[in-house]
Design a protein around this ligand. Structure first.
Ligand code: SF4
Ligand code: SF4
Length: 120
C-alpha cells in the first residue's frame, strides 16, 4: 500500500467521525434500503397461513382458532417472502430492528376481539 494512502487512512482514523455510535444514547438512522423487520397489522389478518407456508425458515406460526400470529425473530432472515405472499397486505417490512432478546421467545400478536353484532 503506498505511503500516501496509509497516511490518509491514519489521519482519517485520528480526526474523522468514529464508525460506531453511542447507542442507545444516539439512535442509528437506517438507510431506506434496509429491510428492518417484519411488522403485522393484526386487525387485518385473516389467519390464512400463507405467510407461514412461504416462510423458508419456519419463523412464523399462525393459529386460526385462537387468532394468533407469531414470529421467531431469531429465525427470520428478512427475505420478504411472507410480505409478498400476504393476500390482505397486512405484513410489511418496517425500517426498524427488533430489540435484543435475553431468551428465545416468539413475538405473539392476538387479533382484537370482534365487537358484538359487528360483521357476519
Ligand atoms: S398471509 Fe397475511 S392474512 Fe394470511 S395469516 Fe399471514 S399475515 Fe395473516
Ligand atoms: S421475512 Fe422471510 S424469513 Fe422472515 S418471517 Fe417473512 S418469510 Fe420468514
Amino acid at each position: 500500500m503506498p505511503i500516501r494512502k496509509i497516511s490518509r487512512t491514519i489521519l482519517k482514523s485520528l480526526f474523522g467521525e468514529p464508525a460506531t455510535l453511542m447507542y442507545p444514547a444516539r439512535a442509528r438512522v437506517y438507510p431506506t434500503s434496509s429491510r428492518g423487520r417484519v411488522a403485522i397489522e393484526i386487525a387485518a389478518c385473516i389467519f390464512c397461513g400463507l405467510c407461514r407456508r412461504k416462510c423458508p425458515t419456519a419463523a412464523i406460526l399462525v393459529n386460526k382458532e385462537k387468532k394468533t400470529w407469531e414470529i421467531d425473530r431469531l429465525k427470520c432472515i428478512t427475505c420478504n417472502a411472507c410480505v409478498e405472499a400476504c393476500p390482505k397486505k397486512c405484513l410489511a417490512m418496517r425500517n426498524k430492528y427488533a430489540a435484543a432478546q435475553t431468551a428465545r421467545q416468539n413475538e405473539k400478536f392476538q387479533a382484537p376481539e370482534a365487537k358484538p353484532g359487528a360483521g357476519g
